[in-house]
Structure formats: structure tokens, C-alpha cells
Design a protein around this ligand. Structure first.
Ligand code: C2E
Ligand code: MG
Ligand code: MG
Ligand code: MG
Length: 278
């Protein structure tokens, strides 16, 4: 009987493993067709300046409605896109689309600082990436010094000629970087000054717990001090309450982003939101 049970367990495991592989293969196939089928679009979320409540930045966030009509979130499909290499063409599309949309808002007379685009570590490793970014700005007539690229700490961890060349190109053209989800990776603090950084974005997991979890206040305060010591502005992500905003203000945090201001919005909703701020 023990042997039977063992065999059954084994078969059960096999079946579910097979199912997972199937699902993964289907997801990859659908993802490869997503661009051609126009299934990708962007949502936008502002970052607000603590000083004057102005819109310092608008972050582009990728959305995918697959052919079955299902909405899929980045946490589900970006890792798959990275594994199968599809992140490179998708990332190129996001850059162009974000700059194009920023240009449209600008032409409509709407006021905001910069447009921010999330970039995968795999894109940064691509020797063509730097020139692709410049091309996108030129094509969409978007000034390079109004583009910010959000990267994670892990993308900066390994040094390479490609990375150095790309960042040199960015520096010359005024393209700056934001370190996203700061505090969740392990930045080599001694290296941070080497990159053309603009801000540190304190991870949501810290910000959202500032008013409930012991030591969180000290932690966010430390990140604000560190950012300022490096000459960077510090952005808090995931601000959901007036209370947390007030605490961040007291700590000297420069900008905030989160549901308190607005959830990510479609491009036309963002235009309406921007107009209402003015
Ligand atoms: P992220 O860049 O740190 O973006 C912030 C995420 O937090 C977004 O989730 C946003 O919708 C969510 N968020 C913002 N404010 C709040 C808040 O107050 N409360 C809560 N609970 N959540 C908030 P989203 O859009 O699902 O994106 C998840 C992640 O996927 C992003 O994290 C980013 O790392 C990645 N991502 C999104 N778009 C792209 C893209 O175009 N390319 C790449 N490579 N990654 C992307
Ligand atoms: Mg981001
Ligand atoms: Mg973030
Ligand atoms: Mg985050």
C-alpha cells in the first residue's frame, strides 16, 4: 500500500508539473504575439513633489490584455518575457510609446516634469540599448533630459564595458536613472556615485509599513539621508495614506507616488488628472 501511495504521489506531481509547463509554453506563445496584435498598452502614475505639489514625473507601467481578454499584470508576465527574450522588443516598444505619449501631453499644454520608464536588467546588458533610447527620443521628439529610466539595484551589480558605455552616453545626453525598489537589493553604496542617478525610490514594502511597523521610520529616514548625501532626490512609492505622507514630509523626502494621489491611469485619464492639478 505504501508503494501504491508513493506511486500515486509521483504521478500527481508529474501531472501538475506537466500542467505548469503547458501553461508556461502557452504564456510564452501568447506573449510573442502580443506586440503584433496590439495587446500591450501603458498605464501612467504620477510622482508628486512634496515641495509644491507639482507633478515631478509620470511613470509608465506596462499592461497586457491577452487575446482571451484576460488582463495580465507585469509581475506575472515580465519574468516570462525576460526568460524568453521577448523583453527586448517589448522594452523598445514601451520606450517609444511612453515618449510619444509624453510628447502628446506636452503639446496639449499639460504640465509635468519627466516621463519615467522601467527597464529590465536584460535591456541594460544589450549593447544596442543606449542608442535605441536616443533614437526613441529623437523619433518621438522628446527631450532626453526629460526621460528617466527606472532600474533595480541588481542591474547595477555587475560592472561591464557595455554598462559603462551606455551610462556614459546617458550622461552626455542628460538621461538620468532612478533606482527602483531601493532597499530590497544590495547596492554597493561605494559605486552609486558612478552612475548618472537622479533619485532613489524607497520600496513600497517599507513605505506602506512606516506607521505600523517598529523601525520602519528609522529605515526610511536612513534612505532619505543616504539619498541626500549622494546628492539625489528621494521618492517614496506606495503612499496610500495622508498619515504616511506626513511622516515622509517630516523626514525630508522629496517626492511621493501612490494610490493616495491616484492609481495608474490610462493615457486619456492621465490627461484629465493633469489638467485638474493645474
Ligand atoms: P514598480 O516600477 O516599482 O512600480 C510600482 C508598482 O506599484 C506598480 O505595479 C503600481 O501599480 C504599484 N503601486 C503604485 N502605487 C501603489 C500604492 O499606493 N499601493 C499599492 N499597493 N501599489 C501601488 P505594477 O504596475 O503592477 O508593476 C509592477 C512592476 O512591474 C513594476 O514595479 C516594475 O518593476 C515592473 N514593470 C512595470 N512596467 C514595466 C515595463 O514596462 N518594463 C519592465 N521591465 N518592468 C515593468
Ligand atoms: Mg518603477
Ligand atoms: Mg518602484
Ligand atoms: Mg516597487
Amino acid at each position: 500500500a505504501a508503494k501504491d501511495a508513493g506511486r500515486n504521489t509521483f504521478q500527481f506531481y508529474n501531472a501538475s508539473f506537466y500542467e505548469r509547463v503547458q501553461r508556461r509554453v502557452t504564456l510564452e506563445q501568447e506573449l510573442r504575439q502580443a506586440l503584433a496584435r496590439n495587446e500591450l498598452h501603458l498605464a501612467f502614475q504620477p510622482t508628486v513633489s512634496m515641495e509644491d505639489n507639482g507633478v515631478a514625473c509620470i511613470e509608465a507601467l506596462l499592461r497586457w490584455t491577452s487575446s482571451s481578454g484576460e488582463s495580465r499584470f507585469p509581475s506575472e508576465f515580465i519574468p516570462v518575457a525576460e526568460d524568453c527574450g521577448e523583453i527586448l522588443p517589448i522594452g523598445r516598444w514601451v520606450l517609444g510609446e511612453a515618449c510619444r505619449q509624453a510628447r502628446r501631453w506636452h503639446e496639449a499644454g499639460l504640465q509635468f516634469g519627466r516621463i519615467a520608464v522601467n527597464v529590465s536588467p536584460l535591456q541594460l546588458r544589450d549593447p544596442e540599448f543606449g542608442s535605441q533610447v536616443l533614437e526613441a527620443c529623437a523619433r518621438e521628439q522628446w527631450p532626453t533630459d526629460r526621460l528617466v529610466l527606472e532600474i533595480t539595484e541588481s542591474a547595477l551589480m555587475r560592472d561591464s564595458d557595455v554598462l559603462r558605455n551606455t551610462f556614459a552616453l546617458f550622461k552626455t545626453n542628460g538621461i538620468t536613472l532612478s533606482i527602483d525598489d531601493f532597499g530590497t537589493g544590495f547596492s554597493n553604496l561605494g559605486y552609486l556615485h558612478r552612475f548618472p542617478l537622479r533619485n532613489l525610490k524607497i520600496d513600497r514594502s517599507f513605505v506602506s509599513r512606516m506607521d505600523t511597523t517598529p523601525n520602519m521610520l528609522e529605515l526610511t529616514h536612513a534612505v532619505v539621508s543616504l539619498g541626500h548625501a549622494l546628492g539625489l532626490s528621494v521618492v517614496a512609492e506606495g503612499v496610500e495614506t495622508e498619515n504616511v505622507l506626513q511622516l515622509l514630509r517630516q523626514q525630508g523626502c522629496d517626492e511621493a507616488q501612490g494610490y493616495l494621489f491616484t492609481r495608474p491611469l490610462a493615457a486619456d485619464e492621465m490627461a484629465t488628472w493633469l489638467a485638474a492639478q493645474a
